[in-house]
Design a protein around this ligand. Structure first.
Ligand code: RIB
Length: 293
């Protein structure tokens, strides 16, 4: 039987403002446009996995205002049996997207922080050793979730985003894959330097597959002394939101299909390039057929 894949994570309604530049402290600027998109790192990664062709289930919480997010997951074939309706309003993100595609995000967690140990236990009881669970850091009880998933023998993919200090206490031997960007890498190592991350990984978790994404500088993979670098694929940048989520979903999908690391990094880079050439979060994630060479 094929192992199941569960994303346990956040759903957000993203309100996206198109601005000339990210507003500075004390500055008021005008937006050329505003749009509402489906987002949340959990939802985005679940959609990326599904669009990459991996049957995926999603667990999380939304409020009464979150029907469009459930709809987005369902339309993409994601199983929402573990997505609960909470009494708390759905998570919201206020996103500024600048003319150069850079973004800045403010999160109101809402229902994402209403996830309880009971909900976690109920969802995980449907999964067993060898199944894959994909986690970020926009929901409550993340450390409990890691511990429960580990005790059940699930293969844990952790994207500790946004980073906070609690991840420094996580037993890395519980993980099957760690995916970080430069900010999250610096959270572990204290430095934004790529070599510092490679050294940290070699010292702290030598046999854990780790991917560091570097934006326009591409990505690097390390495990057991094997290092692979992947340049970024050129794109006309419209909106960088969701690039990391798309990369995570496509990289993991390729590895689950048995593709080797260089091929998985390349497909993830191509998917991320397509994402940043489109506006929005989940809506901007490409379909697998768009990646065919
Ligand atoms: O990674 C992008 C996502 O971060 C956005 O969709 C927003 O909701 C925040 O969670």
């Amino acid at each position: 039987m094929r192992n199941k894949v569960l994303v346990f994570g956040s759903c957000n309604l993203d309100m996206v403002f198109s601005v000339p530049h990210i507003a500075l402290p004390g500055e008021t600027i005008g937006a050329a446009g505003v749009a509402l998109h489906c987002g949340g790192k959990g939802l985005n990664q679940a959609v990326a996995l599904a669009r990459a062709g991996i049957p995926t289930a999603f667990a999380g919480s939304i409020g009464a205002d979150g029907a469009s997010l459930r709809g987005m997951l369902n339309e993409n074939g994601v199983d929402t049996a573990y997505l609960l309706d909470s009494g708390v309003p759905t998570g919201r993100a206020i996103i500024q997207v600048a003319d150069n595609g850079e973004n800045s995000i403010v999160l109101y967690p809402g229902a994402n922080q209403d996830i309880t140990r009971q909900q976690i236990d109920a969802a995980l009881s449907e999964f067993s050793a060898g199944d894959v669970i994909v986690l970020q850091n926009e929901i409550s009880e993340i450390i409990y979730l890691i511990e429960r998933a580990s005790s059940l023998g699930l293969r844990i993919v952790l994207n500790p985003s946004p980073f906070n200090a609690v991840f420094r206490t996580v037993d890395l031997s519980r993980l099957a894959l760690l995916i970080v960007n430069e900010t999250e890498a610096a959270g572990f190592t204290g430095s934004a330097d790529t070599d510092a991350f490679l050294q940290w990984a070699a010292q702290n978790c030598p046999s854990l597959p780790c991917v560091l994404t570097l934006g326009a500088a591409g990505s690097v993979y390390t495990c057991d002394g094997y290092i692979v670098r992947q340049p970024a694929i050129k794109a006309d940048v419209v909106d960088t939101t969701c690039a990391g989520d798309t990369f995570t979903g496509y990289f993991l999908a390729a590895r689950l299909r048995g593709q080797d690391v260089p091929a998985a990094l390349e497909i993830a880079a191509r998917a991320a390039a397509l994402t940043i050439s489109q506006p929005g979060a989940a809506e901007s994630i490409p379909l697998a057929e768009q990646l065919a060479k």
